[in-house]
Design a protein around this ligand. Structure first.
Ligand code: PMP
Length: 422
C-alpha cells in the first residue's frame, strides 16, 4: 500500500519535500512517539514532524483542546479572541522575566519562514539599513529572503538574483578553535572595507538542518556583545530549538544572552496546527501596521493547542525529561566514538546528530548516512539526515519520549550503523 501512495505522490508532486524519497513510508496514524503506516508497520518516530510534534503524535490533551476549539471558532484573522489572548499570555509567560515586559509579539503566518521574513523586515524598517549578517551552515527557510539568509548553498544556487545584501560569517560551533567572533567584530567595526552596518544579525544557536552544531558559548556571548555595542538588532532563530527542544524553553536562555528578536514556530502548538511568531524589543516597533500581514495569522486551533502545550510542559516537567533523555542519548551513543566512521556525536537536549565520515579520506560519508537511515527504518526507527553533505544522522524525538523508547531507538541506530559498515 505504501508503495502505491508513494507512486501516486510522485506523479503529481514533482518537487515533494525530500522526506518520502529517503523514508519511503505512507503514515496513516500516530500516537506518542510512534507512527503506523498504511501497511500496519509501526515505527518509532525520531523525526517528529521535523521537531513540530513536541508532545508526540495526537497527545490526548492537545486533541481535546483542538476539538473543543473546533466547535467554537477556527479562524479569526487579527481579531482578539479568547484563544489568542490565552496563547499570547502563555507564550509571554515562558520568556525570561527580564524580557517579558519589554517584548512585543507579532503573528507572522503559518510557517517559520514567515516569521524570519517578518523579523528581517522589522529590523530593516527600525534601523533604516538594508544589509543582513547571517552564518554559514544556518537554515532559515525556503521563501525568497529566508533562502537567501540560509548558509546552506545547494538549493539556492539554482535561484538567480536571490535577495542581495546578505553577508555570511563563519559559525563558531562548540569546540571550534578559530576566533570567529573577533573576525565578525573586526568586519562589523571596519567602516572602511568591512561589511556595511547591517539591519540585523540572524543567528541559529543550535544549527539543526545544518547538521546539529551548537554554537560555542563564548561565540554567542561575543556576538551579543558586539551587536549591542554597535546598535545592531540580534535576531535569534528558535524555530527548531524553541519550545523546549534543547532543554530550556528557548536555547538563548542556556547561552545567557537576551536577543532583540526571537523567532518561533514549529512546536508552538505542539501538535502541528501551524503558527509562527516573533517576540521583539518594543524599541524596534517602528514599522507601520500592514508591513507584515497575511491571511493565516489567526489560527485559533493552534492557539488552543499552544496554551495546553505550555501547561503540559510546565506541569509534567517536560523540560526535565528533555535534559534527562538527552543525557541518556549521550550515554547510549558514547560508544560510537570508537567507530572509525563516526566523526562526532553532538547535541543539546533532544536534538542530536551523529556525523559520519569516510575513515580513509575523512570526507563526509553521505552514502553511508543514507544507508544507516534506510537500515534504521527497516528496523523500525525513523531518523532524519542533515548537514551540508547530508552526512549527519539526526535524532529529533518528541520531548516527552520515554526512557524505554530512547533505549530502543539508540540500540537500533547502533545496530543500523554496524550493519551498514559491516
Ligand atoms: N528556521 C529554522 C531554524 C528551521 O529549522 C526551519 C525549518 N526547518 C525554518 C526556519 C523554516 O521553517 P518553515 O519550514 O516552517 O518555514
Amino acid at each position: 500500500l505504501s508503495a502505491e501512495y508513494l507512486a501516486r505522490q510522485d506523479r503529481w508532486e514533482s518537487n515533494a519535500r525530500t522526506y518520502p524519497r529517503h523514508l519511503p513510508i505512507a503514515p496513516a496514524e500516530g500516537y506518542g512517539s510512534f507512527l503506523r503506516d498504511v501497511d500496519g508497520n509501526v515505527f518509532i518516530d525520531f523525526l517528529a514532524g521535523a521537531g513540530v510534534l513536541s508532545l508526540g503524535h495526537n497527545h490526548p490533551a492537545l486533541v481535546r483542546a483542538v476539538t473543543e476549539q473546533l466547535g467554537q471558532l477556527t479562524h479569526a484573522l487579527d481579531f482578539p479572541t479568547p484563544a489568542k489572548d490565552a496563547f499570547v499570555r502563555a507564550q509571554l509567560s515562558m520568556l525570561p522575566p527580564t524580557m517579558r515586559d519589554r517584548m512585543k509579539m507579532h503573528f507572522c503566518g503559518p510557517t517559520g519562514a514567515n516569521a524570519v521574513e517578518a523579523a528581517v523586515k522589522l529590523c530593516k524598517v527600525a534601523t533604516g539599513r538594508g544589509d543582513v549578517v547571517s552564518f554559514q551552515g544556518g537554515f532559515h527557510g525556503s521563501t525568497h529572503a529566508t533562502m537567501a539568509l540560509s548558509g546552506l548553498l545547494s538549493p539556492k544556487q539554482a535561484v538567480p538574483n536571490i535577495m542581495p545584501g546578505v553577508h555570511f560569517f563563519p559559525f563558531c560551533a562548540d569546540g571550534c578553535d578559530t576566533d570567529c567572533a573577533s573576525y565578525l567584530e573586526r568586519s562589523l567595526r571596519d567602516s572602511n572595507g568591512g561589511v556595511p552596518l547591517p539591519a540585523a544579525v540572524v543567528l541559529e544557536l543550535v544549527q539543526g538542518e545544518g547538521g546539529v552544531y551548537p554554537a560555542s558559548a563564548e561565540f554567542a556571548r561575543r556576538v551579543r556583545e558586539v551587536t549591542r555595542s554597535l546598535g545592531i538588532p540580534l535576531v535569534v532563530d528558535e524555530v527548531q530549538t524553541g519550545c523546549g527542544r534543547t532543554g530550556t524553553w528557548y536555547a538563548f536562555e542556556q547561552y545567557g544572552i537576551e536577543p532583540d528578536v526571537v523567532v518561533a514556530s514549529k512546536a508552538l502548538s505542539g501538535i502541528g496546527t501551524p503558527v509562527a511568531v516573533i517576540f521583539y524589543d518594543a524599541s524596534l516597533d517602528t514599522w507601520a501596521p500592514g508591513t507584515h500581514i497575511g491571511t493565516f495569522r489567526g489560527n485559533q486551533l493552534a492557539f488552543a493547542a499552544g496554551v495546553e502545550a505550555v501547561r503540559i510542559v510546565r506541569e509534567e516537567d517536560v523540560l526535565g525529561n528533555v535534559r534527562r533523555r538527552g543525557e541518556q542519548i549521550r550515554g547510549r551513543l558514547a560508544g560510537l566514538a570508537d567507530d572509525p566512521h563516526v566523526r562526532d556525536v553532538r547535541g543539546r537536549g533532544l536534538m542530536w546528530g551523529v556525523e559520519l565520515a569516510d575513515p580513509a579520506t575523512g570526507r563526509p560519508a553521505t552514502a553511508l548516512a543514507a544507508a544507516v537511515q534506510t537500515e534504521a527504518l527497516q528496523r523500525g526507527l525513523i531518523l532524519e539526515l542533515g548537514g551540508r553533505d547530508d552526512s549527519v544522522v539526526r535524532l529529533l524525538p518528541p520531548l516527552n519520549v520515554t526512557a524505554e523508547v530512547v533505549d530502543t531507538a539508540c540500540a537500533i541506530l547502533v545496530a543500523a550503523l554496524a550493519h551498514a559498515t559491516a
